[in-house]
Design a protein around this ligand. Structure first.
Ligand SMILES: Nc1ncnc2c1ncn2[C@@H]1O[C@H](COP(=O)(O)OP(=O)(O)OP(=O)(O)O)[C@@H](O)[C@H]1O
Ligand SMILES: [Mg+2]
Length: 324
């Protein structure tokens, strides 16, 4: 799935002890939205940030982009602090809520953002045309965005996020407002970005979407990291074994003595593997366990994934392991 970044292992995004406390007008602590988050995201992977409403996903993204200042710890992107906004030239960002000018049409919108990135008029025109085509808005490109449906706004938002041909694409709820066809299209586009070597970080509530496109995921609950790992490994049910056979009929005799009988009946064992659970089940289990054991957190296990890079000084586990 993500063999390249396993080999190269270049860390593109790193958070160390990243903590955000929102303060009220009087400077009093209002909400601890993120607590001591330690993450490493590698070049070329599609990374999913999951968690219930209010768990700190958007806060994490805003800290990476320098739209918020950390209360403690640091967020590094391309090795630079999140607050160094110059690095954002290499990032594309689709926010949770559309902030685009509603009186501009699609062409004007992309031209406007192209200017912000100092693209030449020729490059702006060429990119805008390509992106409008790519996001399927060619027929509607002259209409002001205020007339756009939610799904259309999501499409132009994505085009805007790609105008600077970014290395890192951050998508906050990319499939929100899209119908099943639009959702499929968005997922294919995310995979296309990955195929081009781009790194994608996405938040989503739609767990099947995450399952389909993400290499690794982090699950947040009330600002704490509860789970981190490769989707295929997290969804593996280690204590069950599934056996698939071809060339034989499934008889009772076969069931009794599976592998041996399959061979005797002239068939071959095609695969023996662990069956997987769904991400929805995993997600609900983590939320349930988090409610039962409020203090428990995810403990990095270097040996669990070959992608796990050396644990840096700031990313040492703080409390006990989440997985038992
Ligand atoms: N500007 C703010 N002032 C005070 N509290 C805030 C502010 N922004 C977010 N919060 C709080 O921080 C917590 C995390 O919010 P955040 O927006 O990061 O969640 P989220 O995981 O993106 O949720 P959702 O799935 O609903 O988008 C929430 O409890 C939220 O109420
Ligand atoms: Mg959010």
């Amino acid at each position: 799935m993500s063999t390249n970044n396993q080999v190269n292992g270049e860390v593109l995004v790193e958070t160390r002890n990243l903590t955000k406390v929102y303060l009220d007008f009087w400077g009093r602590k209002k909400k601890e939205a993120l607590r001591a988050l330690n993450l490493q995201i590698y070049r070329g992977e599609v990374f999913g940030l999951l968690g219930p409403n209010g768990s700190g996903k958007t806060t994490t993204i805003k800290l990476l982009l320098g739209l918020l200042f950390p209360t403690e710890g640091e967020a590094l992107v391309f090795g630079r602090p999140g607050t160094d906004v110059a690095k954002n030239e290499r990032i594309g960002y689709l926010p949770e809520e559309s902030y685009l000018y509603r009186f501009l049409n699609a062409e004007e919108t992309l031209d406007f953002y192209g200017r912000l990135f100092n693209l030449s008029p020729e490059v702006r025109k060429k990119r805008a045309e390509e992106l409008i085509e790519k996001v399927g808005l060619s027929r509607d490109k002259k209409r002001p965005l205020r007339e756009y449906s939610k799904g259309m706004r999501q499409r132009i938002g994505l085009a805007q996020a790609l105008i600077n041909d970014p290395e890192l694409v951050i998508l906050d709820e990319p499939t929100s407002g899209l119908d099943p066809i639009g959702t499929r299209w968005m997922k294919d586009l995310i995979l296309e970005l990955k195929a081009q070597g781009k790194t994608v970080i996405m938040c989503s509530h739609r767990l099947d979407d995450v399952q389909d496109v993400c290499d690794r995921i982090a699950i947040l609950y009330e600002g704490e990291l509860k789970e981190l790992g490769r989707v295929d490994e997290l969804l593996e049910i280690a204590d069950l074994v599934e056996l698939r056979a071809r060339g034989v009929r499934l008889t009772e005799e076969l069931k009794r003595d599976l592998e041996e009988v399959i061979r005797r009946h002239g068939g071959t064992v095609e695969s023996v593997q662990h069956p997987t659970t769904t991400l929805e089940e995993l997600f609900l289990r983590i939320v349930r366990e988090s409610q039962l054991h409020p203090g428990r957190r995810y403990l990095p296990q270097v040996e669990r994934s070959p992608m796990a890079a050396p644990v840096s000084a700031g990313s040492a586990p703080v409390e006990s392991a989440a997985r038992s």
